[in-house]
Ligand binder design. Structure first.
Ligand code: SF4
Length: 116
């Protein structure tokens, strides 16, 4: 990944350092999971949610997921984000445009597809 895909770092500033982007992400993804710079998470540098209200991505129970999902739809790293959440069994928040319930359905569908 990188500039060759036309991606711009979070904040829309090409000059934002990876460490600055990591700091932004910590406020959003600080759930005890690996952070940007660890475990091949350079994609988090391009996360659109880093430029928005983190609370949107962690709605109250029964709250709308639509505002966060709408942002995710335009995020250049949506697929990386979703796969990360699926592979780490993340149960909190909106990742890759999907709620925890939606992600669970994806996991179940994939398991069925593999005959598990
Ligand atoms: S897909 Fe959504 S949650 Fe994931 S990095 Fe992009 S904006 Fe953030």
């Amino acid at each position: 990944m990188g500039q060759s895909r036309g991606l711009r770092p979070a904040g829309g500033r090409a000059d934002m350092s990876a460490s600055a982007a990591q700091q932004l992400m910590l406020g959003i993804f600080d759930l005890g999971y690996p952070k940007a710079g660890e475990d091949g998470l350079a994609w988090q540098e391009y996360a659109l949610c880093a430029q928005t209200d983190p609370d949107l991505f962690f709605p109250e129970k029964g709250g709308s997921t639509a505002p966060a999902a709408a942002i995710c739809e335009t995020c250049p790293v949506q697929q990386e984000c979703l796969e990360y959440a699926l592979s780490h069994d993340i149960r909190h928040g909106i990742w890759g445009g999907m709620s925890d319930n939606e992600r669970r359905r994806v996991v179940k569908a994939r398991r069925r597809g593999q005959g598990a």
